[in-house]
Write a protein that binds this ligand. Structure first.
Ligand SMILES: Cc1cc2nc3c(=O)[nH]c(=O)nc-3n(C[C@H](O)[C@H](O)[C@H](O)COP(=O)(O)OP(=O)(O)OC[C@H]3O[C@@H](n4cnc5c(N)ncnc54)[C@H](O)[C@@H]3O)c2cc1C
Length: 464
C-alpha cells in the first residue's frame, strides 16, 4: 500500500494543475494516469513518415482565457513555445461556403434566395414577437430564437450529426452556452450595423504551443515531478474501498493507495459507478482521421464546419494554420473530426474504409486529395463531449449529491465535473481543488462543479 497526502486521479491539465499547486505547498502527492502518457484530451499525436513528422491535437485546440494569472502560468511553462495565432473559420453547407462570423456581403452573394427569404420572414416574426423564446429543448431554443429556416438548414442537421440524437432530445443548455448571439434580431443588428455592443462573439486571436497542445501537459508533468510529485502511468483506477463518508483505499490493477484527500478528474459517471451509483450520464465520442499531405496549403482556414448531415465529418481542420511546426516544411495536413459512440460502426471501422468514405465526402466538398496523401492514421477519444440530453441536469445533480457524501473526495476537470469546459477552466477547477485542500474555506465543492457556469461562453473577454 502506497501512502500520500493527496492522490490525484487523471493526468490531464486539471489533475496536473492540482498536483503542481499541492506539491508547491509541501504536500506529498501521487498522480495516477490510466494511459501510457499524461495529457488526456490535451495530447498531441504524431505521424512519423518518410523521415518527417506531422502533428495532430485531439481536435482543434486554442488557448483563450480571461484569467491573467493562468495566462502567466502557461506562458512561464511554455516559454518561447507559446505562439500567437489567428482563427479563420468557414461553414460549408450544400456546396456553398459561408464566412464565419457571418457578414452581409458574403451572405447575400452566397446564400440561395429561398434561405434568405425564409430567414427574413423569421426575423420579422421575432421582431414582432410572434414567437416566444422556448427553452424546453435544443430544437425549441433554436427555432424560437433563430427561426425554422435556419434550424432546418443549419442547426438541426449539424446538431443531430454531432450528438447522434434528435435535437428535441437535447437540452437547451447546450445552445445557451455555445451560441454567442441572442437571436435573429441580434444577428440582423450585427450584420447591418456592425454594432460592437451586440458582440458576444468569439475570440479571433488565441495562443497556441509551437508543437501542439501536448507540449503543455508534458511540461506541467516535468514541473510537478521537479516539485516532488510522483506520476504513475498505465495505472487506471479500477475500484475503491469506501465507508459511508470516506474513501479508504484506491486500487489499480496492481497497486493500492491510501490518501487523506483524493482529487478525481476521471469521468463523473465512471467515478460514481465505482462508488456504487449508476448516474445514467453519457459521453459522445470522436474519431479523428489525420491525413499528411504533400501540398503546401490545403486552405486558408483553421476550421471548416461541415454542416450537411450526410457527410461524415463535423469539422475539417488544418493544424498548420495554428503553427507552421505542425507539418513538415512545405507540406500540410488535415484532421477530420468524426462524431461517434464507443463501439459503434464508425468507432470500429478500419482505417482504409474510413478514408475511402472521407475521400468521397471531401470530393463532394470539392477538395481533391487523392494524389496528395503521404500517409494517414486515426485515433479516438471516448469522452469528447458530455452528452447534454434533456435529463442530464437532473442526473448530474443527483450524482453530485451522492459523491458529496465522501468527505475526502473532490471532483474536478472537464470529465470529472461533467461540463463542456475548455482547458483554461479545467485548469482552474484543478487549482481550486488544490486550494480547497490547502484551505477548506477557499471554495465549496459545488463551486468547483459549477465554476464559470455562465449562460454563454464569452470568448471576447480573453486576455490570451
Ligand atoms: C474536440 C475537442 C476540441 C477542444 N478544443 C479546445 C479548445 O480549442 N480550447 C480549449 O481550451 N479546450 C478545448 N478542448 C477541451 C480541453 O481539451 C479540455 O477541457 C481539457 O483537456 C480537459 O482536461 P482535464 O484534465 O479536465 O480532462 P482530461 O484531459 O480528459 O484528463 C482526464 C485524465 O484522466 C484519465 N483517466 C480517466 N479515467 C481514469 C482512471 N480510471 N484512472 C486513472 N486515470 C484516468 C484520462 O486518461 C485523462 O488523461 C477541446 C476538447 C475536445 C474533445
Amino acid at each position: 500500500m502506497q501512502k500520500c497526502d493527496v492522490l490525484i486521479i487523471g493526468g490531464g491539465v486539471a489533475g496536473l494543475m492540482a498536483g503542481i499547486e499541492l506539491a508547491r505547498n509541501g504536500k506529498k502527492v501521487i498522480l495516477l494516469e490510466k494511459e501510457g502518457v499524461v495529457g488526456g484530451q490535451c495530447k498531441t499525436e504524431e505521424l512519423y513518415t518518410n523521415g518527417e513528422t506531422y502533428r495532430f491535437d485531439y481536435g482543434g485546440h486554442r488557448f483563450i482565457t480571461n484569467n491573467e494569472v493562468l495566462l502567466s502560468f502557461v506562458e512561464e511553462v511554455l516559454g518561447d513555445d507559446l505562439l500567437f495565432a489567428q482563427r479563420s473559420s468557414v461553414i460549408l453547407h450544400q456546396d456553398r461556403v459561408y464566412e464565419y462570423p457571418l457578414n452581409l456581403k458574403n451572405l447575400f452573394s452566397v446564400a440561395p434566395f429561398k434561405l434568405l427569404f425564409g430567414a427574413s420572414i423569421d426575423t420579422l416574426k421575432i421582431i414582432f414577437k410572434m414567437v416566444n423564446p422556448d427553452d424546453s429543448s435544443f430544437k425549441s431554443w433554436i427555432s424560437s430564437r433563430f427561426g425554422k429556416t435556419l434550424y432546418d438548414n443549419f442547426f438541426g442537421p449539424y446538431t443531430k450529426k454531432l450528438w447522434g440524437i434528435e435535437p428535441d432530445k437535447l437540452s437547451a443548455d447546450w445552445a445557451g452556452q455555445r451560441i454567442s448571439l441572442l437571436d435573429l434580431k441580434d444577428v440582423a443588428k450585427k450584420l447591418l450595423f456592425k454594432n460592437k455592443k451586440t458582440a458576444r462573439t468569439y475570440a479571433k486571436s488565441y495562443r497556441y504551443p509551437k508543437f501542439g497542445f501536448g507540449g503543455l501537459p508534458k511540461k506541467m508533468a516535468k514541473k510537478f515531478e521537479a516539485l516532488g510529485g510522483e506520476i504513475f502511468v498505465n495505472e487506471g483506477v479500477e475500484s475503491f474501498i469506501y465507508s459511508d463518508n470516506k474513501i479508504e483505499t484506491v486500487k489499480t490493477q496492481t497497486k493500492s493507495f491510501h490518501a487523506q484527500n483524493i482529487i478525481s478528474t476521471m469521468p463523473l459517471n465512471e467515478m460514481s459507478k465505482q462508488l456504487g451509483f449508476e448516474s445514467g450520464l453519457k459521453f459522445r465520442s470522436l474519431r479523428f482521421l489525420c491525413i499528411g499531405l504533400d501540398i503546401e496549403d490545403f486552405s486558408p482556414h483553421t476550421w471548416q464546419y461541415v454542416s450537411d448531415y450526410d457527410l461524415l465529418p463535423t469539422r475539417i481542420q488544418e493544424p498548420k494554420r495554428r503553427s507552421e511546426s505542425m507539418a513538415p516544411q512545405g507540406k500540410s495536413s488535415i484532421m477530420l473530426e468524426i462524431p461517434c459512440n464507443k463501439g459503434d460502426e464508425i468507432w470500429d471501422m478500419n482505417e482504409d474504409e474510413l478514408l475511402a468514405i472521407v475521400k468521397k465526402d471531401l470530393s463532394r466538398l470539392k477538395f481533391d486529395i487523392e494524389d496528395k496523401i503521404v500517409d494517414y492514421f486515426s485515433f479516438t477519444t471516448e469522452h469528447a463531449y458530455t452528452l447534454m440530453d434533456i435529463e442530464y441536469s437532473e442526473k448530474r445533480d443527483k450524482t453530485i449529491e451522492y459523491l458529496n457524501q465522501f468527505d475526502n473526495l473532490i471532483m474536478a476537470g472537464r470529465q470529472g465535473t461533467f461540463r463542456y469546459i475548455f482547458l483554461d477552466t479545467a485548469m482552474e477547477t484543478g487549482l481550486m481543488a488544490a486550494q480547497k485542500i490547502l484551505d477548506d474555506e477557499s471554495h465549496s465543492r459545488l463551486n468547483i462543479y459549477n465554476h464559470r457556469n455562465e449562460k454563454t461562453v464569452i470568448e471576447t473577454k480573453s486576455v490570451a
